[in-house]
Design a protein around this ligand. Structure first.
Ligand SMILES: [Zn+2]
Length: 212
């Protein structure tokens, strides 16, 4: 492990069927403030646990007393750990695994497979999807295709918007009325798109959408 982290112990609990990896920081080390990066002395520690990738069929956790540093400029702050993003109860590798699964199966199937509440799976997905979408740039979008589909056996409608030149979904929203067009336009503008430069729109939907 890289400084200042060190492996203290690995404990396998056969009854619970889980493996716990104990990590701590080396005594006397100075750690970076998460705000400014300055090396600061340690104030205290807080116990934290993260779910990691399984060890064979067993749930595996990393346990660490995470130091809080005392920064002259920013006060007492918990340091960043290299195996997880701030605020998550999972390691980065576990989250990457979830995102791989999410590309090929529904969330409730992932939830059953890994033994976590679906709300926790959704939180991971929302974080990474929001982060990826915030970097999208639709400034080139000129030819847009619109289509509707239904989920939950036809009770919920979803409208999809495609950039036809890139063969890519650029926006998806619930509903199938003219309001979906407005929310698409808003999203387009938030991602450097220009509604005025859209030349062609291709759709085979109801008159209310065409009105939008
Ligand atoms: Zn600081």
């Amino acid at each position: 492990m890289n400084d200042p982290w060190k492996l203290d112990d690995v404990n396998f609990d056969q009854q619970k069927g889980q493996l716990i990896i104990f990590i701590s920081h080396k005594r006397g080390s100075k750690l970076s403030c998460p705000e400014c990066g300055d090396k600061c002395s340690i104030h205290d520690t807080r116990e934290r646990t993260w779910r990691h990738l399984n060890f064979f069929q067993y749930k595996t956790y990393i346990h660490c007393k995470v130091p809080r540093i005392s920064c002259p400029k920013h006060g007492v702050k918990q340091v960043k750990v290299p195996w997880s993003r701030p605020g998550s109860g999972f390691t980065l590798l576990f989250e990457a695994f979830i995102m791989e699964l999410a590309a090929v199966m529904p969330v409730n199937a992932i939830s059953r497979l890994v033994g976590e509440y679906d709300t926790r799976i959704w939180r991971i997905m929302n974080y990474y999807v929001d982060r990826a979408r915030s970097k999208e740039n639709f400034s080139e979008a000129k030819n847009i295709g619109i289509d509707e589909t239904s989920s939950k056996r036809g009770h919920n409608y979803v409208t999809l918007f495609f950039d036809l030149d890139k063969s890519k979904v650029v926006y998806a929203t619930e509903g199938k009325d003219a309001a979906t067009i407005n929310s698409f336009i808003e999203d387009l503008k938030e991602h450097k798109g220009n509604p005025g430069q859209i030349k062609n729109v291709c759709c085979d939907m109801s008159p209310v959408v065409i009105k939008g």
